[in-house]
Design a protein around this ligand. Structure first.
Ligand code: PRT
Ligand code: ZN
Length: 298
């Protein structure tokens, strides 16, 4: 039974966002037991229930208040926001936080053998897409006239099937375009998964939302950051700090039995690339360790 006092979150049941959605909730300390055929899972340690559904159903569930929060692609939300605006529908939800997965882009692609000389090449084309509103918003802003041909799936086969001259679809690796004899000519929007929320959340649930948001923030920051440890010749400290851009102020510690070097520890917002490690080595640094960070709170 659903308990009205518990925060309800919808996520994709199976698909591109399901693994990472589950992972981020787990990393936030929400203990859920999601088995294959379960629609809903109740967290044991927090007043949170997780509902697993098709991604297309998530905005509706949030709008209707069946769930309070949803994890869904920004592409789905942005397309819907434009649709709602055109149809004078009131927004009953908002984007709370952009997440760090589900990264993709909405691009225009044309057959590989066709020439492309900028957006004007698209004038009067018939473009197959599942995102007619986003496509229209972009091409209208560039004053390009076109006809959209709306398909909910297999958009990439439309040119071969003679249904359209080009397509506008989500791309991540580009393999699907290549396999269908298409080339990406224009990225029009970039997207990530995001956390959306119903506009009306009561005071008790809002406390849970605030806690969850702080934890999500911490998980994302930790995933972006690295803990770096190394031994540095004392007279090269300043040069080493200059090389470690994106790093917070380092801690410097004495080394037992070595007066020429010190140990430096720091958190870096960026990964430490091999090139930088090689430069550090040339400055005399040694024992360079780059470690992942599991959790962070500032
Ligand atoms: O069953 P359900 O309705 O829940 O899932 P779905 O099939 O509608 O969605 P799904 O799982 O394919 O995608 C869910 C979300 O993942 C999308 O709304 C996006 O926010 C995000 N995402 C990230 C992507 C991609 N990358 C992506 N590459 N969604 C779709 N694609 C498709 C694209 O449409 C094309 O067919 O993958 C193909 C291209 O991929 P590449 O790697 O060949 O370029
Ligand atoms: Zn879907």
């Amino acid at each position: 039974m659903l308990n009205q006092n518990r925060l309800r979150i919808a996520m994709q049941k199976s698909g591109r966002l399901s693994y990472d959605s589950k992972k981020i909730l787990n990393s936030c300390g929400i203990k859920i037991n999601l088995t294959k055929n379960k629609l809903i899972a109740f967290a044991e340690n927090m007043p949170i229930d997780v509902m697993c559904v098709r991604d297309d159903d998530i905005p509706g569930l949030v709008i209707d208040g069946v769930v309070d929060l949803g994890i869904v692609g920004e592409n789905v939300i942005k397309e819907k926001l434009i649709y709602d605006k055109i149809n004078y529908k009131k927004n009953k939800y908002k984007i709370l936080k952009k997440l760090d997965f589900g990264i993709c882009r909405l691009s225009i692609a044309i057959p590989v053998n066709n020439t492309y000389n900028g957006l004007l090449s698209l004038n009067n084309m018939r473009i197959a897409t599942s995102y007619p509103n986003l496509l229209k918003k972009y091409l209208d802003s560039k004053k390009i006239s076109f006809k959209s041909f709306v398909l909910t799936g297999s958009v990439e086969v439309a040119p071969k099937a003679g249904l359209a001259d080009s397509i506008c679809d989500l791309v991540s690796t580009g393999a699907t375009l290549e396999a269908n004899g298409l080339k990406e000519v224009k990225i029009i929007y970039k997207f990530k998964a995001c956390l959306i929320s119903n506009n009306k959340i009561d005071y008790v649930k809002q406390n849970v939302v605030d806690k969850l948001l702080t934890r999500i923030q911490g998980v994302i920051k930790a995933r972006e950051s690295k803990y770096i440890m190394l031994h540095v010749p004392k007279n090269k400290l300043e040069q080493v700090v200059l090389l470690l851009k994106g790093a917070e102020k380092p801690t410097v510690l004495k080394l037992v039995g070595d007066n020429t070097k010190v140990a430096m520890h720091m958190v870096s917002r960026e990964n430490l690339f091999w090139e930088t490690m090689e430069k550090l080595k040339l400055l005399g640094a040694s024992s360079i360790l780059v470690l992942p960070i599991e959790k962070m709170m500032e």
